[in-house]
Ligand binder design. Structure first.
Ligand SMILES: Nc1nc2c(ncn2[C@@H]2O[C@H](COP(=O)(O)OP(=O)(O)OP(=O)(O)O)[C@@H](O)[C@H]2O)c(=O)[nH]1
Ligand SMILES: [Mg+2]
Ligand SMILES: [Zn+2]
Length: 293
């Protein structure tokens, strides 16, 4: 039987594999294109020193990725939930929350929001207000300060493979270091302060907590293209649309300018947030442009 292991870090062209006995080796994909992601269970060829070829991956329970018209970027495999990390400062994008949530729903993953940097008290009310539409839709929001107390999040990690995801500078790596004993993920303090526009984390890394739970820290992202999803799949990701779907006058209604559109009626009745409809229309339009190429 071949050796197997788990991808614990994805560097693009090569991977760190943690073997079942805890040893770490360097995994090299056979093809130039490397179709593996952090969290993948992989089978390995013979070892040479500390290196082995990756023969393939086992079936995945989930695969989170983003894509535009040119390429797709794997984020993590086998994660059971995403934790979208937001902060009182710098500002965050609601559209990115909607996009990540759509992607997670499509993969059958749970979504949790963390509002970090709660210590910046003067920014807290505005951030809370910005999150109100998501709270109304039932997404759990955990407010905390990664520098002082991460306990509010710990209960959410049990028996889950959790992926920390979000824009750069929100505090994903700071959270990781606080949650995982011995973790030394680089945070903004350690990387050069001059490079303020740069992402501090450059590759995804998985930290095993125990046999059934793990935490994945990932690089900050600005974009979350969903070109790989169909229009219907994107629609499914807007949970508040569900009671209204199939009730528009036209079966192929795009919920734009059509008459008797039940989604627009729901917006007028304040049952659907206008901004969320905006996110939906933007994502679908972008996806259609990508497919047209
Ligand atoms: N005031 C305050 N600052 C925080 C808190 N958590 C993190 N920070 C700071 O926010 C900055 C960014 O933190 P990182 O953990 O590097 O952010 P990241 O999300 O991992 O960023 P990328 O790796 O670039 O995606 C650092 O200067 C942290 O010290 C917090 O709870 N309160
Ligand atoms: Mg980081
Ligand atoms: Zn409609």
């Amino acid at each position: 039987m071949n050796d197997s292991g788990e991808v614990s870090a994805a560097f693009g062209r090569h991977y760190e594999i943690t073997l079942d006995d805890g040893r770490r080796i360097n995994g090299i994909p056979r093809a130039k294109k490397s179709p593996f992601a952090c969290g993948d269970r992989v089978t390995l060829g013979p070892f040479h020193d500390n290196e082995a070829q990756i023969l393939g991956h086992l079936p995945r329970s989930s695969l989170l990725y983003r894509s535009d018209q040119w390429k797709q970027k794997l984020i993590a495999a086998n994660a059971t939930q995403i934790i979208i990390v937001l902060a009182t400062e710098p500002g965050f994008s609601n559209e990115l929350i909607s996009r990540a949530w759509v992607a997670a729903l499509h993969e059958g993953m749970r979504t949790i929001l963390v509002l970090n940097k709660a210590d910046l008290a003067d920014r807290l009310p505005a951030a809370r207000e910005q999150l109100a539409p998501y709270i109304a839709l039932g997404l759990p929001v955990v407010e905390l300060c990664a520098h002082h107390d991460v306990e509010p999040l710990r209960n959410f990690l049990a028996c889950q493979v959790s992926l920390l995801i979000g824009q750069s500078g929100m505090g994903k790596s700071t959270l990781t270091n606080a949650l995982i004993p011995g973790a030394v993920a680089a945070t903004r303090e350690i990387s050069t302060a001059l490079d303020s526009g740069k992402h501090t984390t450059t590759h995804a890394r998985l930290y095993r907590i125990d046999a059934t739970s793990a935490l994945i820290d990932s690089p900050g992202l600005q974009e979350f293209g969903l070109a790989h999803l169909t229009r219907g799949e994107i629609e499914d990701g807007f949970v508040e649309f569900r009671p209204h779907l199939g009730r528009c006058r036209f079966r192929d209604c795009r919920h734009e300018q059509e008459p008797d559109c039940s989604i627009k009626a729901a917006v007028a009745a304040r049952e659907i947030n206008l901004r969320r409809l905006g996110h939906f229309l933007t994502i679908v339009a972008e996806r259609d442009r990508a497919k047209a190429h």
